[in-house]
Write a new protein. Structure first.
Length: 352
């Protein structure tokens, strides 16, 4: 997705003027719990776009490589949607939103990207298929909660929300209980632990929550909570059985689901930091190598958000140091650029 120069500075000024004093994060465009009905959209079936981004007066489709994908441009040539071959994640342009976490960081993410899950995997020419036309008509311009909205509904200060059965599905999440040393925290806390209910997976396996893990998710459990339970991406009961998003960060990084947009490179067990990360798209899953005790396994996972108002490439993840989902600075700033703790340990990325 082409970098949109100049927007971060403009957005920062707008945010400071209009959104000062936000309590936990600003989501101005969401006024109620019911999704608004989107306006009907028209797609011009034009697969012979010159690809030069010039204004044509109508929407046009273009094919790009690395990774193979289809982009939709508006009448002025700007990209308004991106669809990657082999992935169900789509990035659509829409109303601008601001996400912040004042309790833990001054970082602000101002974005017009809306990350959504399509009902089918994208393939070349899918824009001509009826399933896509129906889906795009429903969601392009819609303000219904997307992956980013789901992700930020678990940070510190996020309001609790319950479904019709009384199950709390949103609200501040922790990482997990402290170990006996009072310093480290237990891992292996999945989305059903947060929910506090048994969950039966598609392979027939039923998992039961641990009572001391209520309202807690580790790094991969958080991704499964956001992308699986909330966005409805299929989930595996572990790393080996069935189809869907695996249980652990390493399972996700090496699994068959989605598209590897940044592949593991260099010798194991530590591999090497990618030199080029501009291929990343909002909503991509990120993987980090952080612990020498886990052999060649990836140890941490996150969701890429895009640039913050200072131009840094930032992510959100559930972390031990912050005890839950955060874009905060404790234990290392949530940036992929520069030479911070997480930036130096970043290894690969996948688009679901």
């Amino acid at each position: 997705m082409p970098k949109r120069k100049g927007r971060p500075v403009l957005h920062a000024a707008t945010v400071l003027a209009l959104l000062a004093g936000s309590a936990y994060f600003t989501y101005e465009l969401r006024k109620d719990e019911q999704a608004k009905l989107p306006a009907a959209q028209t797609i011009t079936e034009n697969l012979n776009s010159s690809g030069n981004g010039k204004a044509t007066g109508k929407q046009t489709w273009e094919r790009l490589n690395n990774p193979a994908r289809s982009v939709l441009r508006d009448g002025k040539g700007a990209v308004i949607a991106t669809f990657t071959d082999g992935a169900r994640t789509a990035t659509l342009k829409g109303p601008t939103r601001t996400f912040t976490e004042p309790a833990n960081t001054t970082t602000k993410v101002v974005t017009d990207d809306w990350v959504r899950l399509m009902p089918e995997t994208w393939t070349k020419g899918a824009e001509k298929q009826q399933w896509f036309k129906d889906w795009f008509k429903q969601y392009y311009g819609s303000e219904e909660d997307d992956v980013f909205a789901f992700a930020f509904s678990y940070i510190q200060g996020a309001p609790a929300k319950k479904d019709d059965q009384g199950v709390q599905y949103a609200g501040h999440a922790t990482y997990g209980p402290l170990k006996a040393d009072g310093v480290d925290r237990y891992e292996q806390t999945d989305f059903y632990d947060y929910l506090g209910i048994p969950y039966t997976f598609r392979d027939g396996v039923t998992m039961y929550p641990q009572k001391d893990r209520l309202r807690a998710v580790d790094c991969s459990g958080y991704l499964r909570l956001v992308y699986g339970y909330r966005a409805r991406y299929p989930l595996m009961s572990d790393n080996t059985h069935g189809d869907g998003l695996p249980r652990t960060a390493d399972g996700m990084a090496r699994g068959k689901e989605g598209v590897d947009v940044i592949k593991l490179q260099g010798p194991s067990p530590w591999y090497v930091r990618p030199q080029h990360i501009d291929v990343l798209q909002p909503g991509d899953l990120l993987f980090f190598k952080m612990d020498h005790r886990t052999a060649n396994h990836m140890d941490h996972s996150a969701i890429y958000l895009g640039p913050d108002t200072e131009g840094h490439k930032v992510f959100i993840s559930s972390r031990k140091e912050q005890n839950g989902p955060t874009i905060g600075d404790q234990g290392g700033v949530s940036r992929l650029d520069g030479n911070g703790f997480y930036a130096k340990l970043f290894r690969s990325a996948k688009r679901l």
